[in-house]
Design a protein around this ligand. Structure first.
Ligand code: A2P
Length: 302
């Protein structure tokens, strides 16, 4: 029976739990308690990044959660991400040796001696992109990352790695939900055996990122759509959020819901007691609206 501990393979030795706890926009005041609560609620996969500026408190939450639940490090899957720099923002791209230093610094802030997955957060590295990828291969060989991958890469960024004759990423973490389905990119990734990891699964919720200062490029049309999936969710006796997350895992994408509310944390990991039927999956497949909206502050394809 599939359960919250269902995993998807990343490489011959590593598999990623289908539901992870996202930590973007969780403040340092909240992170330790939120991660502890998430682990108590059953999450065994935590997704963070140096760019979220909360690694120390996320690390403290992981330690607290493991201790409280009587778990060991091996029971937990942790993803961290390299901030690659971005010349367009006056932020010099990281060199290979800086990439190694950045990973070491993240491990030290998290209080871990390895991560289960290390990603290049975005393809902003320009001419340094391949050097950054080679550094991730070195980090994997050194045992600091059990699996390695990228995030926000498009077909051309992946082709660049293939053309260099380098091993391909284990995963690409991208914005995926019924309004941004990226069929071309997913087909390309499947050809190279690159696992999709979905972020911002909850974009279609009318309540998604409505606080001031939260990145979103939702169109007025999307905002007007309100509870677009409520009818379908009612049919299965679940919330709209559960339906959207189930859509991801049923397609084979690990999902990364984030909530500070313990009831919603539990709800978001309870995705295995119902199945979206073929007719509804087919209906959802027709709802694609193209590019994502979660990362309004920059075009990650550049
Ligand atoms: P809250 O923390 O109050 O639950 P993202 O990770 O893409 O930024 O989305 C997270 C947002 O979705 C948060 O604002 C979170 O609010 C909200 N959220 C998370 N789970 C649910 C849920 N099950 N139902 C409604 N809103 C949710």
């Amino acid at each position: 029976m599939p359960s919250a501990q269902t995993t998807f393979p990343l490489n011959t030795e590593t598999a990623i739990p289908a539901v992870g706890f996202g930590t973007y926009l969780i403040s340092n005041d909240d992170a330790e308690g939120a991660i502890h609560s998430a682990i108590a609620a059953g999450y065994r996969h935590i997704d963070t990044a140096s760019g979220y500026r909360n690694e120390e408190t996320v690390g403290a939450g992981i330690r607290k959660g493991l201790e409280a639940e009587g778990l060991s490090r091996a029971d937990m899957f942790v993803t961290a991400k390299l901030w690659p720099g971005n010349p367009a923002w006056g932020d010099a791209p990281k060199t290979g040796s800086q990439t190694i230093e950045e990973c070491d610094a993240s491990l030290s802030r998290l209080g871990l001696d390895y991560v289960d997955l290390y990603l290049i957060h975005a393809p902003y590295g320009g001419e340094m992109r391949l050097e950054q990828w080679r550094a991730l291969l070195d980090l994997q060989a050194a045992g600091k990352a059990r699996s390695i991958g990228v995030s926000n890469f498009n077909e051309s960024h992946l082709d660049e790695i293939a053309a260099a004759g380098l091993p391909m990423p284990d995963a690409n973490q991208i914005e995926l939900h019924p309004w941004s389905q990226k069929p071309g990119l997913l087909a390309h990734m499947a050809k190279h055996d690159i696992a999709p990891i979905a972020y911002s699964s909850l974009v279609p919720l009318s309540t998604w990122r409505t606080e001031p200062g939260q990145d979103s490029a939702k169109t007025d049309e999307m905002k007007a759509d309100g509870a677009a999936f409520q009818g379908m969710a009612d049919k299965y006796g679940v919330s709209e959020a559960q339906l959207l997350l189930r859509w991801g895992v049923q397609n084979g994408y690990a999902v990364l819901p984030k909530s500070l509310n313990p009831d919603r944390m539990r709800q978001n990991i309870d995705l295995f007691s119902f199945t979206i039927d073929d007719a509804d999956m087919a209906q959802m497949a027709t709802m694609d609206r193209g590019d994502g909206v979660a990362w309004a502050s920059g075009d990650p394809s550049k």
